[in-house]
Write a protein that binds this ligand. Structure first.
Ligand code: SAT
Ligand code: MN
Length: 586
């Protein structure tokens, strides 16, 4: 037992109650210090929870391997526990709070016997921001402590922000035996409480991230008049030094981290892109009628496969030190490797399951959802604004998904209401970030399907109402980097070249670039999209990337109906009108 490092009575009371329930042998009060980190790492290494990587190549880096059925978010086991199922809405799993509490109390009773319960105080958001929230996570996982230390502003700083108040998120994580049968990720928004059992996977157990910053966050945002969104935030500085702030919502594993760390191609090298956040944006109308965004996180929990010097050099630098890797492959000299890290795989590896792997092995060496967890301060492209308590004023909101067909590279919504409709109809092919089938098209409104903590129809209404509080609403765009030609090849080269799309978007927000009207929205005029210095990509290829097939779109519009019908009872009528308008234009 270490000594409590706070006198906050609500914190002391809750830790005591939880310890009584879970009966840990020890309670460890984390303070976030360096010496504490070193001691916890030593213990994790001694117990085989972490492997110390090659410290010459990867200073401060460690490796964690999870059990084979605990490698992604478990959406089927994620619940919103509010009094009625209508409040949770048809896109969420629901259970009555009393029933879920009783089930989880049963599972957690005595669950930490022989173990240590760690008390993690943390902030979501920069110190001193009016948007910042305090969380307390109680967990019996050292891996969670060390990851939360990277992903949040963790330690004494959170108690200082909280003072004697009671306004903090109560998070409890019990690893149990990580058996999926006992896995629950349960949210109780009315009590500002999260309980997660029987998993040790990031999105299920780093409770500040998806659980607090998005599910509870969106519920609070609806009540308090702000937005909690699954969005990266970046700053784009033009050659003349003008800074434009942009957010973008793409589903998990669709390139938010890459876009947030984009390195422009040589032709556009005078532009500077800097990262504010790579996954979550909290946004609120400011006194000047603009929408201001902060990144509540302090680290990146990114997908490793596909990350390399060419696709994301800033990420490669970020993860070269102080990083926890999970479920990637190991080289014989304890370096890390994953599919796409180098063109040629090493001759021999230990795969994510701990087995010997050679290039002829049938399975990938790294799990497709293997991750790095790295502090944002390592990012060479980090924007200084990432720590600004006031946030940054957003000029453009980009929606996008992973679609092989139909959806053009970029278009702009006609106005805010149309933009909300376009975001609501977002769709994407599923990825390995959640358990289940990969590559299936699903509607993922605003990339929030797995993360909206209340009724999705109500969520759209909240978006529509917010417009009234904005004098300068961000312009709304839709992008698709993933369209393929008839041979299956990606039409658009993506990655750094996405700067060209971003440039058009930025220019549009300042009223400088021209556009052509189409049934979907405005698209770049032929002279207003910069293809300079691009070899192998010409206006004909651009036309293919931008093609809007009317027949294909008539079918596409019909597929919007799954979601519209599911949400019909709560769907704002504005969105039904938007659908009528789209059909008429087609
Ligand atoms: O696995 S996480 O939920 O943390 C990341 C993601 O899926 O977006
Ligand atoms: Mn995410």
């Amino acid at each position: 037992m270490t000594k409590p490092n706070t006198a906050n009575p609500a914190v002391l009371r809750w830790v005591e109650e939880t310890a009584k329930l879970c009966q840990p042998d020890r309670v460890f009060w984390c303070d976030g210090s360096e010496s504490e980190k070193d001691a916890l790492i030593d213990e994790a290494v001694a117990r085989g929870i972490l492997i110390r990587l090659n410290q010459k190549k990867l200073p401060g880096c460690y490796y964690h391997r999870s059990t084979v059925d605990d490698v992604a978010r478990s959406e089927a086991r994620t619940f919103i526990c509010v009094p009625t199922s209508e409040e949770a809405g048809p896109t969420n799993n629901w259970m009555a709070p009393a029933e879920m509490y009783s089930k989880l109390r049963g599972l957690c009773a005595g669950a930490m016997r022989g173990r240590t319960m760690y008390v993690i105080p943390y902030l979501m958001g920069p110190l001193g921001s009016p948007l910042t929230k305090v969380g307390l996570e109680l967990t019996d996982s050292i891996y969670v402590v060390l990851s939360m230390r990277i992903m949040t502003r963790m330690g004494q700083i959170a108690y200082e922000h909280l003072g004697q108040g009671e306004d903090f998120n109560h998070g409890l994580h019990c690893m149990l035996d990580v058996n999926p049968k006992n896995r629950y990720i349960a949210h109780f928004p009315q009590d500002n409480t999260i309980i997660s059992t029987s998993s040790n996977y990031g999105g299920n157990v780093l409770l500040g991230k998806k659980c607090l910053a998005l599910r509870i966050g969106s519920w609070l945002a609806n009540k308090e008049g702000w937005l909690a969104e699954h969005m990266l935030i970046l700053s784009a500085e033009s050659p003349s030094g003008e800074k434009t702030y942009v957010t973008a919502a793409f589903p998990s594993a669709c390139g938010k981290t890459n876009f947030a760390m984009l390195v422009p191609p040589p032709h556009l090298a005078a532009w500077k892109i800097r990262t504010i956040g790579d996954d979550i944006a909290w946004m609120k109308p400011g006194a000047d009628g603009r929408l201001y965004a902060i990144n509540p996180e302090a680290g990146y929990f990114g997908v490793a496969p596909g990350t390399n010097r060419r696709t994301n050099p800033n990420a490669m630098d970020t993860i070269s030190r102080d990083t926890i890797y999970t479920n990637v492959a190991l080289t014989p000299d304890l370096d890390v490797w994953w599919e796409g890290k180098t063109d040629q795989p090493p001759a021999e590896l230990t795969d994510w399951k701990g087995n010997r792997w050679t290039p002829g092995s049938p399975e990938p060496a790294a799990h497709p959802n293997s991750r790095f967890c790295a502090p944002m301060k390592n990012n060479p492209a980090l924007a200084p604004e990432a720590d600004d308590p006031n946030g940054v004023p957003i000029s453009a909101i980009i929606f996008g998904g992973r679609r092989s067909t139909a959806i053009p590279l970029v278009y702009q919504a006609f106005n805010w209401i149309h933009g909300v409709y376009v975001g609501a109809c977002m769709s994407s092919e599923t990825t390995a970030a959640a358990t289940g089938e990969v590559g299936k098209i699903r509607r993922d409104p605003m990339a929030m399907l797995p993360f909206c903590g209340y009724n999705m129809g109500q969520y759209f209404r909240h978006w529509l109402l917010l417009r009234k509080r904005l004098c300068v609403p961000p312009r709304i765009f839709y992008v698709n980097w993933f369209r393929r030609d008839s041979t299956g090849k990606f039409i658009w080269p993506g990655f750094g070249e996405n700067m060209r799309v971003l440039k058009w978007i930025v220019e549009r927000t300042h009223g400088r670039a021209d556009a052509v009207e189409t049934p979907l929205g405005w698209v770049p005029g032929p002279r207003d999209f910069d293809l300079g210095g691009m070899s192998g990509f010409d206006p004909a290829a651009m036309a293919k990337a931008q093609e809007i097939g009317l027949e294909e779109w008539r079918r596409e519009a019909l597929t919007h109906d799954d979601l519209m019908l599911k949400l019909y009872a709560d769907l704002p009528k504005e969105l039904l009108f938007q659908r009528e308008l789209l059909v008429a234009r087609l």
